[in-house]
Design a protein. Sequence first.
Length: 279
Amino acid sequence: MNDLLAKTREICRLFEIRPQHQKGQNFLINEKIYDDIVKAAGLEKSDLVLEVGPGLGFLTAKLAARVRQVIAVELDQRLANYLQIGIDTTDTKNVEIIPGDILRFNREKLAGQPYKIVANLPYNITSIFLRQFLSTPPRPISLVLMLQKEVAQRITASPPEMSILAVSVQYYATAEIIREVKAGNFWPEPQVDSAIVKITVKPQDFLPATDKKFFQMVKAGFSAKRKMLKNNLAGGLHLEPPIVIAALTQAGFDERVRAEELSVEDWQKLFAALTPFVV
């Protein structure tokens, strides 16, 4: 790890790259963890990989050696320039560097092609990133993400610790924590630990109109902490309490249940019972 740290510092010195906290720039300096990310991605030679936040390109090189093509999106223009120099000097043919914000990335570029995502996400865009890539096509086959440990735990939670984020991810995919990553594995060292999460998208069609109504119900259910689900749903969906209680009973739940106690499958049962009343 010390060799990688020294190399990272030297590259930053030579190219006048100063890691910016507001952009989530904490460079991973442990070779073993890079290998664990690659292993978790389950890569094949025919794969197309969308890499988000390639940084100094250590993971990019490992990905490029194993897949057909890597599209790497880097927000920081200085890092993108450095990566492009590396590609040009090594005559690498299967890596494309795209400077820019992943949240503004034109995903039509990926349409019609199965692809996988590998990302070291800035923690402040995790929720919106997942919403964009899971809720609308073209969806990836899978995502292997380096996330803040607390966020990783929220995504992979089960009852009675569910949240809107957990339901939002688990509705479209299955999620598991591959391993935890201590803060000392990064330079500069962040204030929190991280975790590698693998999200595998469910191979089914999703109906936008149905999804919209489903999440309208879920957001209403989580609208007020410490309140029972029946009260949140009645207020959020503008329904009479007896209607909500009847739906809970029909779905097999106690009327005193709280939102965080329901799994995605439970929410789907409740949605089926409430569908006639959800506009």
